[in-house]
Design a protein around this ligand. Structure first.
Ligand SMILES: [Zn+2]
Ligand SMILES: [Zn+2]
Length: 237
């Protein structure tokens, strides 16, 4: 299971993202060099993003080596607790949206980590914060089924909390929603998340786990160390 997952990289950025440096073709070449069989090319979008058709045309024009499957995606943040995403109208051809916890999904819109820390300091109980985060993730999966959770729970350390604070009940509800909604959950090399208890809950629920580097440079594509440890830790009895 671990070996098969490590032959995919489901979150690789190219120059369509402001903060990434490699071209689509460089990422494809790097994936082939790393011996991958699956590569998902993904870039950051907002509601105002206009380049998605151009990106899809560029992906279609790629020369893909035999044995490698190239998939497409866009990465978008969750805007609020109702599961609204920061996406433009998407043309056909985007295989999956990567649903990202770049900010905290507040009731009226995204909250930055500092704002959440301040509210916690002012008395917002961590249990209520965690309930709101998990219910927003579940609402997003139900509203936008068939997509992928990007570096899920990477927001927690930024707001002074940890995956260990989630507890079994929230984790199980989250994992069941992923399985129910055909949501892939990536285990992310850059952020080292989700952790082993969350990955085990996904496995028990029957959700599909994929590996990703969140690469912003072709040299990172398909190169795993944290992901390898997390996936093999998940398989131990
Ligand atoms: Zn991200
Ligand atoms: Zn990313």
């Amino acid at each position: 299971m671990t070996g098969a997952a490590l032959r995919g990289d489901h979150h690789v950025h190219s120059t369509f993202s402001d903060d990434a440096v490699s071209s689509l073709a460089e990422n494809v070449a790097a994936a082939a060099d790393a011996g991958l069989t699956t590569l998902r090319l993904v870039d950051h979008v907002r509601r105002t993003t206009a380049w998605v058709p151009e990106y899809l045309a560029a992906v279609r024009a790629l020369e893909v080596p035999e044995g490698l499957t190239v998939l497409t995606g866009v990465e978008a943040k969750i805007l609020d607790a109702s599961g609204e995403l920061d996406i433009p109208a998407l043309p056909a051809g985007i295989d999956r949206i990567l649903i990202a916890d770049h900010q905290f999904p507040g009731s009226d819109g995204p909250l930055g980590p500092t704002a959440v820390r301040e509210r916690i300091a002012a008395g917002w109980s961590p249990d209520d914060v965690l309930d709101q985060l998990v219910s927003a993730l579940i609402a997003t999966m139900r509203r936008h089924p068939g997509n992928q959770l990007a570096h899920c729970f990477s927001i927690l350390p930024k707001i002074g909390l940890a995956e260990a604070d989630l507890g079994a009940e929230r984790t199980a509800a989250w994992a069941a929603a992923a399985a129910d909604t055909d949501t892939l959950v990536e285990v992310n090399e850059k952020w080292g998340c989700p952790g082993i208890p969350q990955l085990r809950a996904l496995r028990s629920a029957g959700a599909e786990i994929v590996a990703s580097t969140d690469s912003h440079h072709a040299s990172e594509v398909g190169r795993y160390s944290k992901v390898t440890a997390l996936l093999s830790g998940t398989e131990e009895p």
